[in-house]
Design a protein around this ligand. Structure first.
Ligand code: ADP
Ligand code: MG
Length: 201
């Protein structure tokens, strides 16, 4: 179980990673979008960090739902509602069970919720191109550091894709050759969580 102090620490760890990579995310979004992704994510995770104490008073499923609502309100852009949807759905689904299978199932449903909200699917050069491979790895029983590796490889694999959803799709063929910013931030967050779990073990 995650105790309150653990949740506060995890939120801080994620916020620190987003902050450290904000310029990189902005550069990626400048290449194929409008250059606000680093700023959007930094603003959202700063708000989450400021609320970490209140959010972490709740049981994990409710804390995830509260964190998702916070991101919807503060990140903005296309990615805010999508990351928010992910966390809100993940929290709701975790109520059915928090063992390994329950976590994998909740992650899969949360990923589907992002796809429904974004009217998007895998292969379009969006965050789903990281979320789906991570979901599959969890369902296959992979855990720990290897999950972070799957996420990073999946983000790299968005480089050659021609975007057909999101702002990058406006560029057509010219969107190829750049990593999707939302995939990079998703991979950074997955890595933050797996690193944190490893430190805690
Ligand atoms: P905006 O595109 O509004 O400027 P951000 O720059 O914060 O918002 O986020 C862009 C990221 O959001 C993209 O890199 C992509 O991963 C993700 N994204 C955008 N639209 C969608 C969508 N319809 N479905 C899934 N992910 C999306
Ligand atoms: Mg943008």
């Amino acid at each position: 179980m995650l105790e309150k102090d653990d949740m506060v620490d995890l939120i801080r760890a994620c916020a620190a990673v987003i902050e450290a990579h904000a310029d990189e995310l902005t550069e990626l979004d400048s290449a194929i979008g409008d250059g606000d992704h680093g700023y959007n994510m930094k603003r959202g995770f700063e708000a989450l960090r400021a609320d970490a104490d209140v959010i972490s008073d709740k049981p994990l499923p409710d804390a995830l739902t509260a964190a998702g609502m916070k991101l919807v309100m503060t990140v903005g852009g296309a990615s805010g509602p999508l990351f928010g949807t992910f966390l809100m759905s993940f929290g709701k689904e975790l109520n059915s069970g928090m063992d390994t299978a329950g976590i994998a199932s909740a992650f899969a449903k949360a990923t589907d919720a992002v796809a429904a909200r974004g009217k998007s699917h895998a292969g379009q050069k969006t965050m789903l191109d990281v979320l789906y491979p991570v979901s599959k790895a969890l369902t296959d029983g992979i855990s720990g550091r290897a999950i972070g590796d799957v996420a990073e490889a999946a983000a790299e694999a968005t480089i050659p894709i021609v975007a057909t959803r999101g702002r990058a799709s406006f560029l057509g063929e010219r969107s190829a050759g750049h990593m999707d910013p939302g995939s990079r931030s998703s991979a950074l967050l997955v890595r933050s969580v797996t690193d944190w779990l490893e430190r805690r073990a």
